[in-house]
Design a protein around this ligand. Structure first.
Ligand SMILES: Nc1ncnc2c1ncn2[C@@H]1O[C@H](COP(=O)(O)OP(=O)(O)OP(=O)(O)O)[C@@H](O)[C@H]1O
Length: 248
């Protein structure tokens, strides 16, 4: 692989901090509470410092695993990269608009899988012609040929997740973020999904993969970011970072 300096940077995170403000008590107001009491209580907020100055540069063709224990800040970092969560300090620069894998919001459970492929494709910005061209590939990938005429509400959660993954990856993404999506399917589907992620990366895309499965990360990523309690502990080649994480 070429030295990082020869490759095009596509995402730069520069000293990224994210703070969430949450109610300290977690108590719910009751009908007996006065308005003043509720107001006083709601002022007691606590700040969760979810990211504490994370910096890295992602290059074209990078496939970056993001690992760390529960609550370490992985999803927060991904949401900050796509712009869903504002940074409280620092900046994120992206060469093109990053997309979070998913077409969930656009799909309708009462419609058939077939109709949802069309709907999801349109939501991704594909034309009807492009959707028709890719239709068979999507259905084959999802492994739902026998069920495609049935309403989506009859699908299991794994089948629904497979359909969403198949639709969402039918388009080439320049910067794609996959947050735990591989955890849903069975082994065959997981292998196919990982191959798909490699294909996106090989077609000049940059992929971020958040996962607790070290096997998925090892099979898919050339580089890993290890986040711990909001700090970037390590950024390096996959095998080295996984070894350090597992030893910790
Ligand atoms: N919307 C929110 N409001 C308040 N706090 C939040 C919010 N989202 C996340 N947090 C807090 O920020 C911290 C990081 O959470 P985040 O979801 O980024 O972790 P994660 O590494 O993705 O965890 P997991 O592996 O469990 O998915 C946690 O302490 C969490 O409680």
């Amino acid at each position: 692989m070429a030295a990082p300096t020869d490759r095009k940077p596509v995402v730069i995170a520069d000293d990224v901090h994210v703070e969430y403000r949450v109610l300290a008590t977690g108590k719910r107001a009751t009908a007996a509470d006065s308005a003043r009491k509720i107001l006083q209580r709601s002022r007691k907020t606590r700040t969760v410092h979810a990211l504490k100055g994370v910096s890295f540069t992602a290059y074209e063709n990078d496939s970056i695993g993001v690992i760390g224990s529960n609550g370490s800040g992985k999803s927060t970092l991904m949401r900050a990269i796509v712009g869903l969560t504002p940074t409280s300090q620092g900046s994120i620069y992206a060469a093109s608009r990053p997309s979070m894998l998913g077409v969930g919001a656009a799909l309708i459970k009462d419609l058939s899988g077939e109709r949802n492929v069309i709907l999801g494709g349109l939501a991704l910005g594909l034309t009807l012609e492009e959707i028709h061209e890719k239709y068979d590939e999507i259905v084959e990938f999802a492994g739902l040929r026998k069920f495609i005429e049935l309403p989506m509400r009859t699908y299991s959660s794994g089948m629904t997740a497979r359909l969403k993954f198949a639709i969402a990856t039918a388009r080439q993404h320049e910067i794609l973020i996959v947050d735990e999506a591989l955890a849903v399917g069975d082994k065959t589907f997981r292998d196919r999904s990982e191959a798909k992620i490699r294909e996106i990366r090989d077609n000049a895309g940059t992929v971020f993969l958040v996962s607790h499965s070290m096997r998925s990360i090892a099979d898919t990523c050339n580089r890993v970011l290890w986040i711990n309690q909001g700090d970037l502990m390590m950024d390096g080649p996959t095998d080295e970072v996984i070894a350090a994480y597992e030893a910790s």
